[in-house]
Design a protein around this ligand. Structure first.
Ligand SMILES: [Fe+2]
Ligand SMILES: [Fe+2]
Length: 245
């Protein structure tokens, strides 16, 4: 399950991008030939990745509410967590992290920039994928192989264990994505020429269109918004605190 075909494609595509990076100026010339100026209207790759982080942040809020319900005994539809974890698995951990692993991190390593941070981020990608597989298995709505639906939530001990996984995922990914937004992506932009950056942005946009269609983010956001509504955490205004007294 961790070896998702989309993830493999993204990583392979990343290899192409890296070839361009390692070619230096000759790769940049190829980039110029490949991308007509009039077509360079897609979002910069780093902006795309930061949008993904916003989507992931909303899933972290869903996980937090799911964990709270599991700990307090409030009712929780396993599907809310199952479908959220599937988006993490099918998009964030496959495509988004495939782009990071195929384009962003190798460029930083090659430039001898943020090497320790990149090492940690890679470990966290791997740990996150394992936690996601565990969450999906525990909350699966499909009764299969003689297993009941949502097998991980049938006992108090099981629910506590899933709550720990959800908390661990949130605890890891909040600093993970904040570090990428504030340090990793700006550093990647600094070590990449304008032409290389334009080529990579085009490749990322094309891969996203090919694998997920034209409205990938809108589709995932609609799904997430539905889950937020089901959990009662959809009202942005409800997060506004009273004035301090
Ligand atoms: Fe990452
Ligand atoms: Fe990321």
């Amino acid at each position: 399950m961790t070896d998702h075909p989309i993830g493999r494609r993204a990583v392979v595509l990343g290899g192409v991008g890296l070839a361009g990076l390692t070619l230096g100026s000759s790769g940049a010339i190829v980039a110029d030939e490949l991308i007509p100026a009039a077509d360079r209207t897609q979002l910069p790759a780093t902006e795309d990745l930061m949008t993904d982080h916003g989507l992931l942040k909303r899933i972290l809020l869903i996980y937090r509410e799911g964990s709270r319900r599991l700990r307090t005994g409030d009712a929780l539809d396993p599907n809310t967590i199952f479908h959220s974890a599937q988006i993490v698995h099918d998009y964030i951990e496959s495509f988004h992290e495939g782009i990071e692993e195929g384009f962003i991190f190798p460029a930083l390593v090659k430039a001898n920039t943020l090497a320790d941070t990149v090492r940690t981020l890679l470990v966290q990608h791997d740990r996150g994928r394992k936690i996601t597989v565990a969450i999906i298995g525990a909350t699966s709505a499909m009764a299969m192989n003689g297993m009941p639906a949502a097998p991980g939530l049938r006992t108090a001990a099981g629910r506590a264990r899933v709550a720990r996984w959800l908390d661990a995922f949130v605890t890891m990914y909040e600093p993970h994505e904040a570090r990428e937004d504030t340090e990793v992506f700006p550093a990647f932009r600094r070590v990449t020429t304008d032409r290389q950056f334009a080529l990579i942005s085009e490749q990322v946009a094309e891969a996203q269109r090919r694998d997920y269609g034209d409205n990938a983010i809108a589709h995932f956001l609609a799904q997430i918004a539905g889950i937020e509504k089901q959990l009662g955490i959809h009202d942005l205004n409800a997060f506004t605190p009273p004035e301090p007294t």
